[in-house]
Write a protein of this length. Sequence first.
Length: 47
Amino acid sequence: MNITRALRSYRSYRSTVNELDRLSNRELADLGIARSEIPTVARQSIR
């Protein structure tokens, strides 16, 4: 069960990173996110 949960969390993390990475720097700035903060924001989204 823990493996399944970990896999789901990882997929959610990667999906969030990919979606945010597709945004332009301007769009990220509008959201208040710097490009360097994408991994941190993605990690926070799965908690």
